[in-house]
Design a protein around this ligand. Structure first.
Ligand code: AMP
Ligand code: MG
Length: 404
């Protein structure tokens, strides 16, 4: 058994992870309906004008603006209705001077007309007439052909996140599928002789696998595809075999094997198959976290602590930024609130602490029970960071809570 020779700071761990990210290059074609949240791997330019024809932006009357120049509420101008234009139809009649067409929002503008008067500014007059009570200006209430997107222009660029607005622009230009970056495949493996899959009964000394599920949830909600495997026993042979089974993965995440007796197994494994980038971070919880590059492909390998809260906490602060950058997603937009602390916290000096809290009555109450207790997280609304050089946060002090 050997204790940690040394630890690196959290910021140094983040720097080494940032430096190790090689954004995914693999791409795939997906149907537009499956594209939200994906990242475009091509520039998308339009082959059509949007809208494809000039159209009315209002329910009203398509007119020649010059015919209405003298119109006012007190002295309306009478025009003759020569056509009724609905959406989805091509107008057949051109509008001449003194004439107009009743038109629906979205219907193509008839030839000759150059403005639309909205129905609220009109009154019907007899069976084929309408009184226009306001002067129209040329172009008013018209959506010009190509006014939204002109043929040949790029609507979405490679590398952009396909949010609902961009999905809409792609639909508007008539594309039914889009080339996107593949979601990174992340192998998720729990290690430990005592760890068994939920669903059965526990034997003596056994516990249910928590980390497989928390890590998979993190992966799936941050752009990855979690490929979770059954728990692996603590032996170099089993761990080595399991690692060999991850050859198709873009990223490998193991959990467990970080207590002093087992730690050497991961170190030995990495020594045999790759290069250790760090092992041991001055954070609490989550000190026994390792990061390495494995095999010929230098596949990123995370060795997360087995304690469920340590594992999930470090997944939030280390795995999430790495995975998102790998997947070419923008950084997670963390929501924070600043509130007074409801009860004094004493923290361990020398380690940056991620301390979970609940929010109640406008204050942050400590929720951290211990690194091994998943309820430290499941009962929490967020966490505060207590710097390594600070050992006490006083009741009433303002704290910034990062919300889960
Ligand atoms: P380890 O990091 O393997 O030394 O494990 C530290 C603690 O976390 C031990 O109490 C383990 O039983 C527990 N543990 C390890 N892996 C898991 C897991 N996948 N789910 C729940 N608890 C775990
Ligand atoms: Mg273990």
């Amino acid at each position: 058994m050997r204790p940690f020779a040394s630890t690196i700071s959290f910021d140094e761990a983040r720097r080494r992870l940032d430096a190790a990210v090689v954004p995914i290059a693999r791409t795939e074609r997906v149907a537009l309906g499956a594209a939200p949240g994906r990242v475009a791997a091509e520039d998308l330019s339009s082959s059509i004008d949007v809208p494809p024809f000039s159209r009315s932006a209002m329910d009203g009357y398509a007119v020649i603006a010059a015919d209405t120049s003298r119109a006012s509420a007190g002295s309306p101008v009478r025009l003759r209705i020569v056509d009724r234009l609905y959406t989805g139809q091509a107008p057949a009649t051109a509008i001449g001077s003194g004439a107009c067409a009743e038109i629906a929002t979205g219907a193509p503008l008839p030839a000759g007309a150059d403005a639309v008067v909205m129905v609220e500014q009109t009154t019907r007059d007899g069976h084929d007439g309408v009184l226009i009570a306001a002067a129209a200006t040329e172009g008013q209430n018209i959506g010009r052909q190509g006014g939204d997107i002109r043929a040949g222009t790029t609507v979405v660029r490679r590398g952009e996140l396909l949010n609902p607005g961009r999905i809409g622009a792609i639909a508007a230009i008539g594309r039914q599928d889009v080339q996107v970056y593949a979601r990174p495949r992340v192998a998720v493996l729990s290690t430990g002789n005592e760890v068994v899959e939920p669903g059965g009964l526990l034997g003596p000394g056994q516990i249910f696998d928590v980390n497989r599920f928390t890590l998979s949830a993190i992966v799936e909600s941050n752009g990855g595809i979690a490929d979770a495997r059954p728990p692996v026993e603590d032996s170099v042979a089993s761990l080595g075999g399991a690692l060999d089974g991850c050859s198709g993965a873009d990223i490998i995440v193991f959990s467990g094997g970080s207590s002093v007796g087992e730690r050497d197994l991961i170190v030995d494994l990495v020594a045999a198959k790759g290069e250790m980038i760090f092992h041991g971070i001055a954070v609490k919880p989550g000190k026994p976290t390792a990061f390495a590059r494995i095999g010929a492909g230098r596949t990123p390998f995370f060795g997360m602590p087995g304690n469920p809260t340590s594992c999930l906490s470090n997944a939030y602060v280390l795995l999430v930024p790495f995975l998102r950058a790998f997947a070419r997603l923008p950084e997670a937009a963390n929501r924070t609130v600043t509130v007074p602390l409801g009860r004094r916290i004493v923290s361990q000096a020398g380690r940056l602490q991620f301390y979970t809290v609940t929010l109640a009555r406008g204050a942050a109450m400590p929720a951290f029970k211990g690194s091994g207790e998943i309820t430290s997280l499941s009962h929490a609304d967020g966490y505060i960071q207590i710097p390594a050089d600070q050992s006490v946060v006083e009741e009433g002090q303002q704290v910034e809570v990062t919300l889960f």
